[in-house]
Design a protein around this ligand. Sequence first.
Ligand code: 4NP
Length: 171
Amino acid sequence: MDPQGKGAAPSLLFVCLGNICRSPAAEGVMRSVVDNAGITDYVQIDSAGTGDWHIGHLADPRMRKAASARGYDLVHKARQIQVQDFERFSLIITMDQSNYKNVSKLAPSESAVLRIKSFTSYCTRHKISEVPDPYYGSAKDFDHVLDILEDGCQGILQDILNPLNKQIGPK
Ligand code: 4NP
């Protein structure tokens, strides 16, 4: 493990609000992306929420259905992010600006804040600044989130495969 991000195996924590829609789906998509790249054992992947309402729950059934239709099996059970996650993960990747703000408040140091990245900064096809919260939306909104997640997870893979792509400082 290389919590400071100095070059060893990357460990990724995806974070949203409830940890039942966006971040468990990001975790599932990223697992598939690293499996397909043949680097499963090299990358640690997990997800968490800033809130505590859904601790222990599987991903929302609407997200599981949309993910399953694309071949992703979401098995994560929701948990809340803890300050110890900054020791366990080299990158903490947030879905929206509110998540970013809340995770930043939890960061134990300024250097830890630099390891919090916005998910959409890895997107190349979607020119957006947040992954929209689909919780009060329709099936179409859940599908749209998956489009965004597939885009950004490819960008994350490129950063892992080519360290020269990595940017210094907040993304
Ligand atoms: P997520 O979506 O942050 O993508 O998991 C939400 C899940 C639950 C709630 C809000 C957003 N909620 O208000 O309970």
